[in-house]
Ligand binder design. Structure first.
Ligand code: ARG
Length: 243
């Protein structure tokens, strides 16, 4: 009799353990003013290319994906303190960042662009920004690039939306932001008052970022990304947001 109880007990424990395992949660964070990669819809839900991709990757790897909002400059600290498992935020894979977090394989190739008001006549590209007022998002490669401009007065905002508003109301001469985000913005009503100038600066690749110690998760997620690239799912999501 005792043996039967022990057996039942073991079975119940085993079953609940496996259902726990199926409920592995992936805590993702994003800064959602970066359409078409990550932004919020009218109900406050996270939408965009990277949001769909990370959900699909999580599903493929057996994780329940939960997305929260964290400021862009707070993402790496949140990874380092294990408050989140993954930053999905159009984050460029850079040498400096790679010292403190581990990136997935690249999921998108981008670059930077200079955005000015449509009626601007003197700024034709990055080289014309010397001494100008530049708006950008805090902690981004766009901020880095802005700070390299001699004599420029750089203002870094928490969100891209604020940086663009600064430009449209004439308080900044230019914004430096990621090229695909600028291209998307130009098609919105607010963006109609602006134009992109010059060539795409820098070749940048986006990766999902993880805590360096999360070796198993990084392996799982890279495997999932590779599978989605192979089985056509990545292309489907890509076509939805970039066609
Ligand atoms: N790619 C740029 C960077 O890594 C900008 C990313 C901004 N992302 C965002 N979700 N606001 O610095």
């Amino acid at each position: 009799m005792k043996k039967i109880f022990a057996l039942i007990f073991t079975l119940v424990m085993a079953i609940s353990a496996t259902s726990f395992a199926a409920e592995k949660v992936l805590r993702v964070a994003t800064e959602p003013t970066f359409a078409p990669f990550e932004f919020t819809d009218e109900n406050g839900g996270f939408v965009g290319f990277a949001m769909e991709l990370i959900r699909a990757m999580g599903k493929e790897a057996g994780y329940k994906v939960e997305i929260q909002h964290i400021g862009f400059d707070g993402l790496i600290p949140a990874l380092q303190s294990n408050i989140i498992d993954c930053a999905a935020s159009g984050m460029t894979i850079t040498e400096a960042r790679s010292k403190v977090v581990t990136f997935s394989s690249p999921y998108y190739t981008a670059g930077l662009l200079v955005l000015v008001n449509a009626d601007n006549k003197d700024i034709k590209g990055y080289a014309d920004l010397n001494g100008k007022k530049i708006a950008c998002q805090i902690g981004t490669t766009g901020e880095n690039k802005s700070r390299q401009v001699p004599g420029a007065k750089v203002t870094a905002f928490n969100t891209n939306v604020e940086a663009c508003m600064e430009l449209v109301r004439g308080s900044a001469d230019a914004v430096i932001n990621d090229a695909p985000v600028v291209a998307f913005y130009l098609k919105t009503p607010a963006g109609k008052k602006c134009k992109a100038v010059g060539d795409v600066l820098e070749a940048e690749e986006y990766g999902f970022a993880f805590n360096k110690n999360n070796v198993k998760l990084i392996k799982d997620m890279n495997k999932a990304l590779a599978t989605l690239k192979k089985n056509g799912e990545y292309d489907k999501i890509y076509a939805k947001w970039f066609n």
